[in-house]
Design a binder for this molecule. Structure first.
Ligand code: SF4
Length: 441
């Protein structure tokens, strides 16, 4: 293991989340194109053998972006490079304080299933975990203490960022505005390709540790106002697992005219969905695939609850956009893409569908990034199925990010990456033909 010699590697921005802790940026990219070519530096402690190997592989690999990431991952896997210590850093470089003594919050949505053994059941998400005394649920952030279920992440934030709403991605909710984005650690999924595994799987990877900076709902709402944000996004990990904090913050935000957004895997239970929906304006829900096999093997979950949540959110008048990350060999067949598109159309043909490009991450490094042609094929399938708005994502700026009026076929919102370049909307109508454009404008 490492002997303290520092080495600086350049990593493409979109791969930066592979590392734990999140590396410190020398500066933040100003735009998505900027981010594409953007590199960051991380200092690592390496031993002599690792240094020689890095040198050798640096000569061999030709792609200047892929090269250091690949090498570093290989060294992490073989334990040749010492991973930085367990001091997780938030994406904006804020150091997270470990506050082990913070009080826990009694969890909503619980029932006692065995009073003698003090076993409780958590009803917050579709896993419906039965949790013994002194144990936690699958998400690792809800714990049974003496027969009462507690949230370990109430007000313990590990991420606070000001993001464009397009980054969620939400393209039909106040385009061009900023969203105050927060997260705790933990997740009820264990996706093999998770881009945020450094926070979603943090407790699992660190012996149950739950880090975070202490925040109150009032502080989050105040920060959102101070930064000129039109909304607060509960994001980066599954927001359901910090439901109590998200709910209280959302109620407060609504009172001062700030909107609320979930970026979710759709595994929230119907009870919890009904409770948050009156305060939720929009929800981007991942529909990761259309087979139980995928949900079981890749995420440790099931498909049906996700489909139910999409329908229920829509029924409860929450604006929903769906995202599918297309992974070669897993969910990229015409049939599966058509199934997803048909399902969305059946719920609401106005519901936008974002088809995103997969990049190898976390435990799914056995396949390449999705070919660009596959993403455009998915887009064509969505449009052919009758969806009115299909967008491409995780790609260099290009065709497929603009909002096109379904009535006249002209562009009404022109985007490049996460940036809105121009808009021609009159309220919720096309500026060219006055045809309706679905969403919150
Ligand atoms: S939120 Fe879901 S995963 Fe976590 S304890 Fe409750 S039922 Fe289990």
């Amino acid at each position: 293991m490492g002997s303290g010699k520092p080495v600086i590697l350049s990593i493409p921005h979109h791969l930066s989340r592979l590392f734990l802790p999140t590396p410190k940026f020398s500066r933040h990219p100003a735009s998505r194109e900027d981010a594409t070519n953007y590199t960051l530096h991380i200092r690592l402690s390496i031993n002599k053998f690792a240094a020689q190997k890095i040198k050798k592989h640096t000569r061999k690999q030709s792609c200047p972006h892929f090269r250091p990431w690949y090498i570093l991952k290989m060294f992490y896997q073989r334990d040749l490079v010492k991973k930085p210590a367990r001091t997780c850093k938030a994406p904006l470089g804020k150091t997270i304080e470990h506050q082990e003594s913070d009080p826990m919050k009694q969890a909503d949505f619980q029932k006692v299933v065995d009073p003698e053994k003090k076993t409780v059941q958590c009803l917050l998400c579709a896993h419906q975990c039965k949790i013994k005394e002194n144990s936690r649920g699958i998400c690792q952030v809800r714990e049974n203490r003496a027969g009462t279920l507690n949230s370990l992440v109430y007000g313990r934030l590990v991420s606070e960022n000001v993001d464009p709403i397009e980054k969620k991605p939400l393209f039909h909710m106040l385009p061009g505005t900023l969203s105050y984005s927060i997260a705790t650690v933990g997740c009820n999924f264990r996706c093999l390709h998770c881009q945020n595994y450094n926070i979603s799987q943090y407790p699992r990877m660190h012996g149950g540790e739950v880090p975070g900076t202490s925040r109150s709902p009032e502080q989050v709402v105040t920060a959102a106002r101070q930064h000129g944000c039109h909304s607060i996004s509960y994001t980066y990990i599954e927001p359901t697992v910090f439901f109590e904090f998200a709910y209280e913050t959302a109620v407060l935000a609504r009172e001062v005219g700030i909107r609320n957004v979930f970026v979710s895997n759709g595994y929230t239970s119907p009870e919890a969905t009904r409770k948050i929906a009156p305060y939720l304006d929009a929800n981007n829900i991942d529909l990761k695939a259309f087979t139980d096999k995928f949900y079981h093997e890749v995420c440790g979950a099931k498909l049906a609850p996700v489909l139910e949540t999409i329908c229920l959110m829509r029924e409860l008048c929450v604006w929903v956009e769906v995202t599918t990350l297309i992974i070669p060999g897993w969910n990229d067949s015409d049939r599966e893409l058509r199934d997803i598109a048909n399902f969305i159309k059946q719920v609401d043909p106005d519901m936008p569908w974002h088809v995103s490009r997969f990049h190898p991450a976390y435990k799914m490094t056995d396949r390449p990034a999705t070919p660009v042609t596959t993403i455009y094929r998915a887009r064509d399938i969505g449009l052919a199925a009758g969806l009115k708005y299909v967008y491409v994502g995780n790609m260099a700026a290009g065709m497929g990010e603009d909002t096109v009026c379904p009535t006249c076929g002209k562009a009404v919102i022109h985007r490049q990456g996460f940036q809105v370049i121009s808009q021609n909307l009159k309220g919720a109508a096309c500026g060219h033909c006055h045809g309706p454009i679905a969403g919150i404008f």
